[in-house]
Design a protein around this ligand. Structure first.
Ligand code: COA
Length: 153
């Protein structure tokens, strides 16, 4: 097992595998496919994506983007989406990617990160704290979490 976390911008050949994970495990959302494409085409520092590979094979990825499709733009940057292939779950890989996204955010100059989720009890385990509720565009309510970006010493 050789785990690596690679920046999608530095390894654009991984984009096909990332789109595949969205199709398989994340409802095939158009907005997420677009986020991946924007990661490679944007000249801004966001969005970013970080891909976890095991022995060279992509097993999951996390995004860091300006915003989720929510009713407010006060939460930026957003960590997400986060997805791990089903066969690779419960090995701490989601936690690894969350930690990596917080370090990457600090490198990009952010002090704080946010995320939205309806999962109960997952993100709290990995340093995130619930700070309120908002709504996705379309009206579905979601919780908002925050965590500090992690600066390297
Ligand atoms: C959620 C997800 C990223 C977790 O990835 P993972 O690599 O399995 O997570 P980790 O190994 O770091 O953590 C596993 C622990 O989290 C718990 N967990 C996993 N999914 C959870 C959920 N939806 N809600 C609460 N706890 C959850 C597991 O039970 C496990 O607990 P244990 O250590 O007590 O056994 C993964 O299940 C996934 O890709 N799901 C589909 C996409 C998704 O829902 N993404 C998040 C959107 S907000």
């Amino acid at each position: 097992m050789t785990l690596q976390i690679l920046s999608l911008r530095d390894n654009p050949e991984l984009i096909g595998a990332c789109h595949g994970l969205v199709r398989d495990w994340f409802f095939d959302f158009d907005v997420i496919h677009k986020q991946l494409d924007d990661t490679l085409s944007s000249l801004d520092k966001l969005p970013q994506a970080y891909v976890l590979t095991d022995g060279g094979a992509p097993v999951g990825w996390v995004g860091l983007c300006v915003n989720d499709p929510i009713e407010t733009d006060e939460y930026t940057p957003i960590v997400g989406p986060l997805m791990i292939a089903e066969s690779e779950r419960n090995r701490g890989y989601g936690a690894l990617l969350l930690y990596h996204a917080r370090r990457a955010a600090a490198t990009l100059g952010f002090d704080t990160v946010y995320l939205t989720s309806s999962h109960v009890g997952y993100y709290e385990r990995f340093g995130f704290r619930e700070i309120g509720m908002t709504r996705y565009i379309g009206g579905k309510p979601t919780k908002v979490y925050t965590a500090q970006a992690i600066k390297e010493n």
